[in-house]
Design a protein around this ligand. Structure first.
Ligand code: GLP
Length: 245
């Protein structure tokens, strides 16, 4: 595991964008796993700038988003599909048919999960998965639990996650309680992982994930067992690490 500590959010975002861009330049047909949330917004902004200013193309890139709320229509301004188009996809040259986001409005959600997992497999697996981190150590929407879920599944959000995500909604009762998320097994099958975290609120989860025991009660801790993980943190998120580089 390689841990890089950036001075602040802007530097973390630039380093993250460079990491992704380098991989896409070397592998124009890369399959990327992508997160939502506040953390990757700066990375997406930098990638858009590189697309506009320095020929970075996503024309042949395939993307798989990590998760989606259950019950929000795709055009709902809080759906992750809407977020991805607004903050990234509509500004770059990725092709619509190469974009994959779980459908949280599918009539048969179990079938949607199986279908999503099949699509990842048919694409040859994910080359580079970018992850954010929940304050409680979740990755995607894999919440603290007594087991590591293997594949894409429907999950109930932790009360703390509902509270954390309420900032994007007008009222807390509008935050969906369920989501579809890629599973921990699916994340572990990705060839490379880039984990990003920023701010004091993530410091405890980062130190537990990177330096604590591997346990499903802190899902991100499983990344200690992945052979190719890069972690990019800002100084605040790294502040509780004892062995930060
Ligand atoms: C959300 C998403 C995660 C994201 C995390 C952190 O609930 N499902 O994929 O990484 O929370 O979000 P933020 O970056 O806003 O702190």
């Amino acid at each position: 595991m390689k841990i890089i500590v950036a001075a602040d959010y802007d530097e973390m975002s630039k380093l993250a964008a460079n990491h992704v861009a380098q991989w896409v330049r070397q592998n124009p047909k890369a399959v990327l796993g992508l997160p939502t949330g506040g953390t990757p917004l700066g990375m997406y902004r930098n990638l858009i700038e590189m697309h506009r200013g320095s020929n970075l193309s996503f024309k042949d890139v395939t993307t798989f988003n990590l998760d989606e709320y259950v019950g929000l229509e795709p055009h709902h301004s809080n759906s992750y599909r809407y977020y991805m188009y607004e903050n990234f996809f509509k500004h770059i040259d990725v092709q619509e048919h190469n974009v994959n986001i779980p459908d949280g409005t599918a009539e048969d959600l179990e079938q949607e999960c199986i279908h999503y997992e099949d699509k990842i497999r048919n694409a040859g697996g994910i080359d580079l998965m970018v992850l954010g981190l929940g304050n409680n150590g979740h990755i995607g929407f894999n919440e603290p639990s007594d087991r590591f879920p293997a594949t894409t599944h429907v999950t109930k959000l932790d009360e703390s996650t509902v509270q954390a995500n309420a900032r994007f909604f007008e009222r807390i009762d509008q935050v969906p309680r369920y989501s579809i998320t890629i599973g921990i097994g699916s994340i572990m099958r990705c060839r490379r992982i880039l984990l990003l975290a920023s701010g004091k609120a993530k410091a405890r989860a980062i130190s537990a994930a990177l330096e604590g025991p591997v346990t499903p009660s802190l899902p991100a801790s499983i990344l200690q067992f992945h052979p190719d993980v890069t972690v990019i943190l800002d100084a605040e998120a790294a502040s509780k690490l004892t062995n930060a580089v």
